[in-house]
Design a protein around this ligand. Structure first.
Ligand code: 2RA
Length: 343
């Protein structure tokens, strides 16, 4: 039985961490919600009952067995290492602050749980990376993905509760004939798509797009998998979708890819176009597994290429579920079902 702390429990991800811990019967003895002085003392309804928000201090957080950080990268940079220092808590950080640091494992437990080793600070991947990786890892192991092109369709929840609220408000404004106002997104999101998530980099890609390249390579234990991504925000509440084209080292056919993906934990193959069955964000919402479908031979890369479509809940596999699965892995480690067959 373990003591669990959550920093950022009122945010979209923090709330889901609480729900997932409860739903998956993670063996908690007590749950502690930490926040700044502004929120300390308030009470919050949680699946574990009414909880009073405690003032965050490093000392109090170090008393926990696990601390989930569902707050900003700057908070994590300031406090994560101190909380995790020997004698403290294991920290699972949802921010991007430590993801690319060589001494911090970036983990999707079904893929590279073993990378955790004896580390006490563990980074949770970006949602876009995690959702795609669930479908790509079995294919990479069996066929060796050399390069890929990814186009994303990302939900407003990626920008937290504020992002979801802004989607509702801009939709209402548009329907009421009012000029929609936007703060969270660069433009009104209602009835729109915005090819701009996070800040632009010198190479013309956004940071969100580059995260897919950087993080997928790190999680798959690669250094030179080429990934070109276009990340787009769409007026959807909380599930991201991604259209992906892979170029593999070994020839691949859709039927074999489907048969392989059916065996993958955390993945549902939804691929019966004749019956109008394919992954969709509405169906992937509130679901632990990511959906993969529209699997077809690539016209560009011929027998060494595949096109597929993935949808996954941004707040679950893309954040809270993955974080809780890391803690579960630490309680009961297990090997990845797939290992690389192609170098
Ligand atoms: C987004 N990937 O969708 C980000 C959130 N982590 O904005």
């Amino acid at each position: 039985m373990v003591k669990v702390g959550i920093v950022g429990a009122t945010g979209a991800v923090g709330k889901e961490v609480l729900s997932v811990l409860y739903d998956r019967k993670f063996p908690v003895t007590s749950v502690h919600l930490f926040a700044s002085a502004r929120s300390a003392g308030k009470t919050l309804e949680t699946p574990f009952g009414t909880a009073e928000v405690q003032l965050f201090t490093v000392e109090a957080a170090r008393e926990m067995d696990y601390v989930f950080l569902a707050v900003s990268g700057s908070f994590a940079l300031e406090h994560a290492e101190a909380i995790a220092a020997p004698g403290g808590a294991i920290v699972i950080d949802n921010s991007s602050a430590f993801r690319l640091q060589p001494n911090v494992p970036l983990v999707i437990p079904e893929i590279n749980g073993a990378a955790i080793g004896d580390k006490r600070l563990i980074a949770n991947p970006n949602c876009t990376t995690a959702i795609a990786a669930m479908a790509l890892w079995p294919l990479h192991c069996a066929y060796g993905i050399e390069k890929m092109i990814v186009s994303t369709y990302q939900a407003s929840s990626g920008a937290g509760v504020e992002g979801m609220d802004e989607l509702f408000n801009t939709t209402r404004d548009a329907l009421d004939g009012k000029a929609p106002s936007n703060k969270v997104f660069a433009h009104p999101l209602a009835f729109n798509v915005i090819p701009h998530i996070d800040v632009f980099q010198d190479n013309g890609f956004t940071k969100e797009e580059m995260k897919v390249t950087w993080e997928t390579n790190k999680i798959f234990g690669e250094t030179s998998m080429k990934i070109s991504c276009t990340a787009v925000r769409i007026p959807i509440l909380r599930a991201h979708s991604e259209a992906i084209t892979i170029k593999t080292k070994r020839p691949i056919v859709p039927a074999d890819a489907r048969a392989l993906l059916v065996q993958a934990d955390g993945v549902d193959v939804v691929d019966d176009p004749a019956a109008n069955k394919y992954p969709m964000p509405l169906n992937a919402t509130a679901k632990y597994n990511v959906e993969v479908g529209r699997i077809r031979q690539s016209i560009v890369f011929d027998e060494c290429g595949l096109d597929l479509f993935v949808s996954g809940d941004q707040l679950l596999r893309g954040a809270a579920l993955n974080a809780v699965l890391i803690a579960e892995y630490l309680e009961h480690p297990y090997p990845s079902k797939f290992s690389k067959q192609v170098q």
